[in-house]
Design a protein around this ligand. Structure first.
Ligand SMILES: CC(C)(COP(=O)(O)OP(=O)(O)OC[C@H]1O[C@@H](n2cnc3c(N)ncnc32)[C@H](O)[C@@H]1OP(=O)(O)O)[C@@H](O)C(=O)NCCC(=O)NCCS
Length: 154
């Protein structure tokens, strides 16, 4: 599966264990509280939808999503910080929503930090609405941070 962003050919393929070094390098740059190798391994093991997005054979982003009984949950969606703002996040999100539809999900859910303006805008542009709040859900530099729950129909 592929897409084109400004002449770059973007490919998507299922993530495997061998991708985890590249995935973790991006994860550690992109998040203050990154997932560990163990978490990614568990996601692969339980059969979540784990995909990498490559540009010219180099991993530029990845996403992890669970799908069950008609609901998909985007658990992680991340683009290499050196490539932010070029449209990759939007392409990756739409790709994952297509995967969810193929698994017959009719609703997509995700959580986002109120402080994560870029992600919130990305999700809003894709049609996600705020549907709830989980108090003190995330670790934060000082204490905890809420999670906004967002959802859209597919
Ligand atoms: C959120 C993330 C995936 C967006 O990826 P990206 O490739 O930069 O996003 P895009 O270039 O496709 O931009 C899509 C939209 O997101 C929003 N956006 C992206 N970067 C933004 C920024 N710095 N400030 C505000 N809005 C931003 C805009 O609405 C943008 O649309 P526009 O360019 O038409 O205005 C990326 O910032 C990221 O990987 N962040 C770290 C990991 C993370 O926080 N993931 C989300 C967890 S819930």
């Amino acid at each position: 599966m592929s897409a084109v962003i400004k002449e770059a050919v973007i490919n998507f393929r299922p993530m495997d264990e061998q991708d985890l070094t590249a995935v973790l390098a991006i994860e550690n740059m992109a998040y203050d509280f990154p997932w560990s190798r163990v978490i990614f391994r568990d996601c692969l093991r339980v059969g979540y939808c784990c995909w990498v997005m490559e540009r010219d054979g180099v991993v530029e982003g990845y996403s992890v999503m669970s799908v069950a009984v008609g609901e998909s949950h985007v658990l992680n969606l991340c683009v290499n910080p050196g490539s932010h703002g070029k449209g990759y996040g939007g392409v990756l999100l739409e790709f994952m929503l297509d995967i969810a539809r193929k698994h017959e999900a009719d609703t997509a859910f995700l959580e986002v930090r109120p402080s994560n303006g870029a992600a919130k805008r990305l999700y809003q542009q894709s049609g996600f609405d705020e549907v709830g709040l989980r108090r003190d859900y995330y670790p934060a530099r000082s204490g905890r941070e809420d999670a906004i729950i967002m959802a859209r129909s597919l």
